[in-house]
Design a binder for this molecule. Sequence first.
Ligand SMILES: Nc1nc2c(ncn2[C@@H]2O[C@H](COP(=O)(O)OP(=O)(O)OP(=O)(O)O)[C@@H](O)[C@H]2O)c(=O)[nH]1
Ligand SMILES: [Mg+2]
Length: 366
Amino acid sequence: MKKYRLGQSRDAQDMDHREAYSRERSGESKRRQRQAERLSTGIESHDSETLLNLPDAEPWLHLPEATLTQRHSQWVDLELADRSSLRATLGGKLKGVRLVCGDRVRYSPMPIEATDAKRPQAQVVAVTPRRTLLKRGGIDDREPWQLICANADELWICAAVVDPPLRPGLLERAQVLALDAGLTFRIIITKRDRAARSDALPELDPLRDLGLPIHETSALKGEGVEELRDLIADKVVVLLGHSGVGKSTLVNVLAPELALKTGGLTKFGTGKQTTTSARWLPLPGGGTLVDTPGIRNLSVRGFDRALLGRVFPEFSAEVLEHPLAFDPGDDDVLEALGLDYPERLQSLQRLWQEMDDRNPNQNVWR
Ligand SMILES: Nc1nc2c(ncn2[C@@H]2O[C@H](COP(=O)(O)OP(=O)(O)OP(=O)(O)O)[C@@H](O)[C@H]2O)c(=O)[nH]1
Ligand SMILES: [Mg+2]
């Protein structure tokens, strides 16, 4: 224990000390220490690509393989080759690896079998390289990506006619995600029964003109649902959309035996976050649906701007290069661009800016 003379500040004493900094590193705060290490090694743990790396699964090829069907906070549920399910913990080898619904994993039985089937009966030790990975931009740089589903074939973005309202901007964002992951993209309009037949949903015209597949459905009336069943066939289809658009209701119409929980709406016409984690749901008739929790927004932070040329093919290379150089409020500019849907210029600008956005609060001392 150090003695301090009256009037001598503890700080001043410490600043004189040669090991002042190292003492702070070892003692005060584990978190600060980790931050300091990160700075001195130059490896930023939030480097977006490193986070997606998977440890080598080669040494574990002798173990049985399974699909991760649902993540819980302490364990995961697996679907085994014989379609039975098993609860498992994550092995230490996977520390820091983010597993996601749809991952193909290798697991090993635990030495002592738990008798309660609700407790883990196995341990996941490796993840097989992902065929595809659907992700969205994270909230800040500590979490650059939010993983949605691995090994899927198609992304179906679900949007309701009303409650919650239809927002074409969300559909453009979802298309970016699908292109990045290499998934087939479809737009599923739900609750068609809530709008008059005569309402042709003109807000979708720009997307229709681009030839994007748009399916108008009503789970309530069973409209447009059968053709979806044929599309699923033997594919893995991820359903994504705002809370309350009717994703789980749609799954229940396609596979009533799953009896998923569905929710009502708040008085504001928004969903109640009824589904709380993504679930991998093999359908008895073939194919797999992945029901996901309702999203608030879809960030495209960190995605490659080159994708925008495919989402906004009506723009010339010059506009795609520098969209901000064109003023969407200037009629002459819009005239010169010859756009059928001038509002798309603003959408393009918004996504273009967001893709390169750094989090202004990024601060290594946090
Ligand atoms: N009128 C009408 N209502 C529907 C239709 N599909 C779903 N709903 C209603 O919409 C509400 C929300 O449905 P859910 O299936 O729970 O929505 P969700 O997208 O799974 O919501 P989260 O799990 O919160 O993401 C429920 O009250 C459903 O009855 C439809 O085709 N027509
Ligand atoms: Mg749901």
